[in-house]
Design a protein around this ligand. Structure first.
Ligand code: HEC
Length: 274
């Protein structure tokens, strides 16, 4: 669920306030495509994308390199907006309950039902993973180590806000498609405080069984490891302003399995497992 309608911030550190700006980051990132706006402009003027580009956005020759870059990013965003996850076995359960169709609701594996109760109840997961995409859209410290290597930390949202505030590619900038800049209120109103340090965006959990490894640094190999992480959370590791909501959960092995079964039910077309 990348769609802009479900997210206010993009990237683990919230470097972007919109999907097209997020889409240009991997193009420019030296560790990814390592392109620059000038080379993209020549690529669009002459090459396999030239005709398509000209058809959509006109000839690049009179456009600044930044405009060409943004146009490409907007085309990428338009495609990504069509990538909406399908109905999951959890969704079918939810819909069945709403219609009081208990027969259909019984198709949802009992282990996932027990896992859902933990997710909403003593696991306290829904405090942050809430709403249609299972995220409150904000930034928290979930106890993942933020030392990238000894002496070097990943500042998370603290660094993301810096990038965001210096970016010409926000909804408050010159490239926005909305002349009224109605969507710019969020980026205009964010403030950076020391509590942003080491916080990361609460990720959506739709399709989560297919997106291992987990957490911003990919440090947890599977969903059992994620649940174990929360179950035995190291309070020392949460920074001084740590999330008071997180504490060791004391789940039994069977309860860990149930919570994992629930997380697995958030992907579409999963074979029912109990
Ligand atoms: C205080 C807010 C908060 C609570 C409570 C919370 N999470 Fe998270 N969750 C996060 C954040 C933030 C991340 C990303 C952390 C990171 O990358 O450093 C995350 C990451 C995850 C991921 C990894 C997703 C991915 O794509 O990498 C899973 C799965 C997950 N949480 C499940 C749970 C479960 C299950 C619970 C309850 C036991 C829970 N969360 C409770 C904030 C929270």
């Amino acid at each position: 669920m990348l769609c802009r309608y479900y997210h206010r911030w993009f990237g683990w550190a919230g470097d972007s306030d919109n999907l097209w700006a997020q889409s240009l980051l991997p193009i420019l990132n030296p560790d990814e495509f390592a392109q620059d706006a000038e080379s993209l402009k020549s690529m669009m003027a002459d090459g396999r994308y030239a005709d398509t580009y000209a058809e959509l956005f006109g000839s690049p020759s009179g456009q600044t390199p930044e405009t060409v870059l943004v146009n490409i990013a907007k085309a990428l965003a338009a495609y990504q907006e069509t990538l909406i996850t399908g109905t999951t076995s959890f969704d079918r359960f939810r819909d069945a309950l709403e219609r009081s169709d208990m027969e259909l609701a019984a198709d949802y594996p009992p282990s996932a039902q027990r896992g859902l109760q933990i997710f909403l109840g003593k696991g306290r997961c829904a405090f942050c993973h809430t709403g249609p995409a299972f995220t409150n859209g904000e930034f928290h410290d979930a106890g993942v180590p933020y030392f990238v290597e000894p002496g070097r930390v990943d500042p998370g949202r603290h660094g993301g806000l810096q990038v965001l505030r210096e970016s010409p590619f926000t909804l408050d900038g010159a490239f926005t498609d909305d002349p009224g800049k109605k969507g710019a209120w969020a980026v205009r109103n964010v403030r950076r405080t020391h509590t942003d340090f080491g916080t990361f965006r609460v990720p959506s959990l739709r399709g989560v069984s297919r997106t291992a490894p987990y957490m911003h640094d990919g440090s947890l190999p599977d969903l059992t490891a994620v649940v174990d992480h929360y179950n035995n959370i190291d309070l020392e590791r949460l920074h001084a302003d740590g999330e008071a909501i997180l504490m060791p959960l004391g789940l039994t092995d069977a309860e860990v399995d149930d919570l994992v079964a629930f997380l697995n039910s958030l992907s579409d077309d999963q074979p029912a497992a109990d």
